[in-house]
Design a protein around this ligand. Structure first.
Ligand code: APR
Length: 428
């Protein structure tokens, strides 16, 4: 083993960027780098089939659609139907439609399930001649603060491989090896537990006409499309609840009650899980030549649909920063990467937190008490009646609301230090 590693160090492969993880973040980074004429290798530990089937987010927000459009990729990578921009809030059975139309010109959000986006990004990347290696096991990162980091991994047949590179994109989610490779103390983790559980189910059942969020004294519930014949549902539950406590009949009864829809059509349940709502931000999103992208750097609670969209935002900023560095020897984008990403991360965390609190507190006053319930109801009233409140909501939903750019001069957090000066290579 030691001899093998020594041999690998003698003759490693070489590329500009090694991307760890082939989820939405990693595949977007790979595609954008290829479009920029920059060499990269994407390493993914699962099989192509497993990656292609992973069902999670469902909406590509307007800003992200326009991002892909600006790279000439929107038609190729976005499946699903264009969204009509309307979302239904059903409060004690009363329906309120809220629009995400902010009057801006250009293509709009798409109801594109994450697995469809991942399948298409994979196909386009490979058709472009991209290097994507599945079943890459035991990935380890070395010399991240040196000039040429090295990535070691093991192929499916057990062969050890080494790749040297200029940058590593850590796109391997919350439980990946990238962030774990950063020494203790180099990053600060800001975490928040919402004290709320969600039972989430996928079912082969008719999707709703539009995303539906329901508030009732029985607890929060939601119903989203996941393709033409499938739905995802959410039911608020105690954080320590267990899926076994939710047989099918209980699930459909609770959904009918909370969605105030006695005629709700059930279907075979293909997946059920309980998770706790939590939020997490790592600051900075960089260590040496390792850049964290997407869930590897932050987790957003699901309401507002920002998790995948933030990953796409990071991927775009990272690819443009590498392009500027490689083609124009301009490292400004790399040095401001963390700071710029974090401004939008906190913006989206705030939106998601606001929506989470509002929709849970407004229904169930056993959760936060009657005072918080009154506040949450007042926020919903404002959203349903004030044009300005509705417009602010629309801007946040689309992702088009401006956040201070670069934030490099006076933003908080350790990333600001790197963002301020033009660092030399030894500062990576
Ligand atoms: N080595 C290689 N690949 C890994 C490793 C590892 N040690 N650990 C994880 N991966 C892969 C996973 O198999 C997965 O394909 O990295 C990928 C990470 O993808 P996601 O978890 O989907 O994260 P990201 O690409 O940042 O996508 C953003 O937004 O809607 C949310 O959480 C949802 O997954 C979504 C995310």
């Amino acid at each position: 083993m030691a001899q093998k590693l020594a041999e690998l160090r003698e003759s490693p492969e070489s590329t500009a960027v090694v991307v760890i993880g082939a989820g939405p973040a990693g595949l977007t980074v790979g595609n954008l780098l290829r479009r920029s004429g920059i060499d990269c290798v994407v390493l993914e530990r699962r099989t192509r089939e497993r990656v292609a089937q992973r069902q999670r987010a469902g909406i590509v927000e307007t800003r992200a659609v326009r991002m892909f459009d600006s790279w000439g990729l929107a038609d190729q990578v976005l499946g699903g139907a264009p969204s009509d921009g309307l979302m239904e809030f059903r409060v004690d059975g009363e329906s309120h439609l809220v629009s995400d139309d902010d009057d801006s010109e250009g293509p709009r959000a798409r109801l594109c399930p994450q697995q469809v986006l991942v399948q298409k990004l994979t196909a386009v990347y490979l058709a472009d001649g991209g290097d994507l290696r599945f079943e890459a096991a035991d990935i380890s990162l070395h010399d991240l603060t040196g000039d040429r980091p090295t990535v070691h991994y093991r192929t499916a047949d057990g062969t050890l491989r080494a790749i040297t590179c200029t940058f590593v994109a850590g796109c391997d989610g919350d439980h990946g090896i990238s962030r774990a490779a950063v020494p203790n103390g180099a990053l600060t983790a800001h975490t928040f537990e919402h004290g709320i559980g969600w039972l989430t189910i996928l079912a082969d059942a008719p999707p709703p006409a539009r995303p539906l969020l329901a508030v009732s004294p029985h607890g929060f519930a939601a119903h989203f499309a996941r393709g033409p014949h499938a739905s995802r549902y959410y039911l608020q539950c105690p954080p320590d609840d267990h899926p076994d406590a939710w047989p099918d009949s209980r699930i459909w009864d609770a959904l009918r009650t909370r969605l105030a829809d006695p005629a709700l059509v059930p279907g075979p349940i293909t997946d059920r899980e309980i998770f706790r709502l939590r939020s997490l931000v790592h600051d900075p999103m960089q260590y040496g030549r390792l850049f964290l992208v997407g869930d590897a750097a932050h987790i957003v609670s699901p309401l507002g649909g920002k998790g995948m969209n933030l990953a796409l935002y990071d991927a775009d900023l990272f690819a443009r920063a590498v392009r500027d560095s490689v083609h124009d020897h301009d490292d400004t984008g790399l040095h401001t990467y963390s700071q710029r990403c974090l401004r939008r991360v906190w913006n989206d965390q705030e939106f998601s937190h606001w929506l989470t609190r509002t929709l849970h507190d407004a229904g169930d006053d056993t959760h936060s008490g009657p005072f918080q319930r009154g506040l949450a109801r007042a926020r919903l009233d404002r959203l349903f009646t004030s044009r300005n409140a509705a417009r602010t909501f629309a801007e946040l939903m689309t992702g088009l609301n401006p956040v201070p750019d670069a934030g490099a001069q006076n933003g908080p957090g350790p990333g600001a230090a790197a963002a301020r000066g033009k660092a030399s290579a030894s500062d990576w």
